[in-house]
Design a protein around this ligand. Structure first.
Ligand code: HEM
Length: 451
């Protein structure tokens, strides 16, 4: 069985200029192969000093033990700020903690059931949308996955399908925004020269304004319905009516617009990336696909039966391991630190890389192979604990993690029980890091109805 695609690492030694160019083009192929074996690596350029950390003890320290000493740097989010304002993804300190106290209860495990019906409706809609394309021709899977994931977000947040006029317009504007915002790739996440993040084009600012205007309309309408007492019990209502348990304050409308923008961005790009890669991996591993289809067909569709989709859950985990939608995260030191006996000054960028960790040769057997069954083997428990971070960890862990795992299961179960996915010969996607890990030139698969 051939291995799933992996970017070709750069040569061990390249000039600084070449490194920066590679970096701007794609952060994954800009890295040398030794990062799949190293505990830590350092990059020094005239513009920034950064360390990439794969050592589990250091990851624990940064994410779980002393997260306050390693905030997100202001520059990291600079490229995203016109769109996201002061959303929870970008803030630090007391403001961030206040936002999480309001958001977290809406996403906690016990509330997942409330979003489940909307997820299933999005799954059914995705199946219907694929029907005209299921004649065996090559289908572009990424836009399809993106559409389905956006549908899940609109249905669970605002109880509207993607076909709703405002949802459609927001979705279209988001895609225009990404095209007009070249800094919306991972190069923007690593400190560059001071002028870099300020390069928002006029077009980028304009699309950000339009998106925020559309979201503001949805938020205002919802605020009216909450006041009138006839609001649906979805995520938006829950978040807008939950007071901060410590201060009693609720989100203002402006603050809610910031949060909705990040739910949409963080929640749909990531899930779309996962669905696209999962379908590709299943298409290229037909034996596993058939087993998953059998599991999907036996699924009753009830929320209480979700945990029976064991293979589908392990397939999703294995996809998140090989193609983590958020391939790297960056934090900044706020005081002198010593990492593995190396002294780091204040303001050093600390790069945490699920991408390298998940394929690290010291943690995983056959790290580049697609093997969902590894998740039921004893030896994987230790690797999963030390070297699996698709949703990050600690207090800044992704609030949507449980939501995303349920969503992936629901969408896959719906699609696999109706369709079979096969690769297009010679058409191998190359992973690159845009905002999330995507294929450089799309993912094409042949889709046919299962009889
Ligand atoms: C497969 C799907 C997903 C993956 C892999 C994923 C991954 C992540 C990761 C790695 C982070 C941490 C980023 C960092 O610290 O720099 C994060 C943060 C976040 N995610 Fe997710 N996510 C997914 C889906 C979702 C969904 C569905 C939602 C909401 C609807 C969501 C909302 C957020 C928010 C609001 C944050 C910021 C949290 C904070 O900084 O305190 N994500 N996500």
């Amino acid at each position: 069985m051939s291995l799933p695609p992996k970017p070709v690492p750069r040569a061990p030694r390249v000039s600084l200029w070449r490194h920066l160019r590679l970096f701007r083009a794609d952060i994954l192929s800009a890295q040398p192969a030794r990062l799949y074996r190293a505990w830590m690596a350092e990059f020094r350029t005239p513009f920034f000093r950064s360390v990439l950390v794969n050592d589990p003890a250091l990851l624990r320290c940064v994410l779980k033990e002393r997260p306050r000493d390693f905030p997100k740097s202001d520059r990291i989010g600079a490229g995203l700020r016109p769109l996201l304002g002061a959303s929870v993804f970008l803030t630090n300190g007391p403001l961030w903690a206040h936002q999480r106290r309001i958001i977290d209860p809406a996403f906690e495990r016990g509330r997942l059931k409330d979003s489940f019906g909307a997820m299933r409706a999005a799954g059914d809609a995705a199946v219907t949308r694929l029907a005209p394309l299921a004649g065996g021709r090559a289908v572009e899977i990424e836009p399809f996955a993106s559409h389905a994931a956006a549908d899940v977000i609109f249905r669970t947040l605002f109880s509207i399908p993607i076909e709703h006029g405002t949802a459609q317009a927001t979705y279209r504007e988001f895609h225009a925004h990404q095209r007009s915002q070249p800094l919306l790739n991972l190069a923007a996440f690593v400190k560059g020269p001071g002028w870099m993040p300020r390069l928002h084009s006029r077009k980028t600012r304009a699309t950000a304004r339009r998106i925020r205007g559309l979201i503001a309309g949805l938020v205002a309408e919802r605020a009216g319905r909450i006041e009138a007492g006839d609001a649906p019990r979805d995520l938006a209502t829950r978040i807008m009516t939950t007071p901060d348990p410590e201060t009693g304050a609720r989100f203002s409308r402006e603050e809610m617009v910031d949060q909705v923008a990040i739910f949409f961005l963080a929640g749909h790009e990531t899930s779309a990336s996962t669905l696209g890669w999962t379908l590709y991996l299943l298409a290229t591993h037909p034996g596993i696909q058939e087993r998953a289809a059998a599991e999907a067909k036996a699924f009753s569709g009830a929320f209480s039966e979700l945990s029976k989709l064991k293979l589908i859950r392990d397939i999703t985990r294995e996809t998140l391991r090989l193609y983590p939608p958020v391939p790297m995260m960056v934090r900044e030191t706020t005081r002198p630190e010593r990492f593995r006996s190396r002294a780091l000054g204040r303001g050093t960028q600390v790069v945490l890389s699920p991408w390298h960790l998940h394929r690290h040769e010291r943690f995983w057997q056959d790290p580049d192979a697609f093997d969902p069954d590894r998740w039921s083997r004893e030896e994987t428990k230790e690797s999963a604990r030390r070297a699996f971070l698709p949703f990050s960890a600690g207090p800044r862990v992704c609030p949507g993690a449980g939501f995303a795992m349920a969503e992936a299961a629901v969408l896959l179960a719906a699609l696999l029980s109706r369709y079979r996915f096969a690769p297009v010969e010679g058409d191998v996607p190359v992973p690159v890091a845009h905002l999330t890990v995507r294929s450089q030139a799309g993912i094409r698969l042949r889709v046919t109805e299962r009889r």
